[in-house]
Design a protein around this ligand. Sequence first.
Ligand code: F6R
Length: 349
Amino acid sequence: EKGGFKHFMLKEIFEQPRTTADTIKGFISREYTLPVSLNEFRRVLITACGTSYHAGLVAKYWIEKYAKVPVEVVYASELRYSDNPINEKDLVLAISQSGETADTRFSALAAKEKGAFLVSVVNVVGSALDRESDYTLYTHAGPEIGVAATKTFTAQLAALYCLAVSQSPEREQLMAKLLSVTSLMEEILSRAEDIRKIALSYSSAKNMLYLGRYLSYPIALEGALKLKEISYIHAEGYPAGEMKHGPIALIDEKMPVFVIAPRDRTYEKILSNVEEVLARKGNVIAIGFEGDEHLRQKAKDVISIPHVEEDLSPFLTVIPTQLFAYYIADFLGLDVDQPRNLAKTVTVE
Ligand code: F6R
């Protein structure tokens, strides 16, 4: 059932080109059924937990760019007990792989009760959240067995991108580009062995910092979460620009810094952040575009990804972070598919 892979997590990482494509095709086949358009609302309020929350952070940038509506992203467990003024002018977007996460369901239901239009993104058809929502976008990732979310994250990104561009005049071209990103995902997976070798040289780290800006900031959070969950190595994700406001104090030769640096609008800035790390004797492992010599001169290790449109970089940058965490956890002999203390679905608050 693991299809020749050592763990479900690794199998699921490798399934991503297909599950991403399936999700996009699923959206295309129903795209005209969404009964509202995002820009009818005064804001979009996204709520979710864990990895799904990170997908929401990426979606914020896409929705603000294409639908031009302000987007707020709030942890479901925090939204629930806040006085966030929600009303019928809000579209609430609840993201949950399982569709059963208690915090996400209850805050979504409370928002619906206050008059918000509730759209959800779920992977499990017929789940509680699916039934409770005014409209559901499905991720067609298939069952995810590994406790650490991987293929459902990229499927969520796909569904959310489709939603963000659904009213754009350039929708057709944007969707075509989105579909073509799946073959670039394939290219990265074909170089998994290179990533494994790099990962193993970091397996004795006790702490790691993950940095990114703009669309790579949520990927830094997600990469750090994966490492914590399955390898039990302490890792923090941070927006790179915030490093100098505190975390820079932690940097020394013993704490590797994982920098996500595709060539986007923030590239020059993140290169300066890399310099700041080097000046404190930190070791940098970076994800960058193929042929990026600047990065190669500075970083100790570089994981290359194919060039991609700025918008779509999260589909590519997240894969090396998943593999990095996986290979370290496996090398340490840990139970990758069922990490200690974690449940796949959290139905308690
Ligand atoms: C991380 C992970 C969790 C879930 C979170 C939300 O790898 O799996 O952080 O993302 O528990 O679960 P869903 O998406 O089912 O609501």
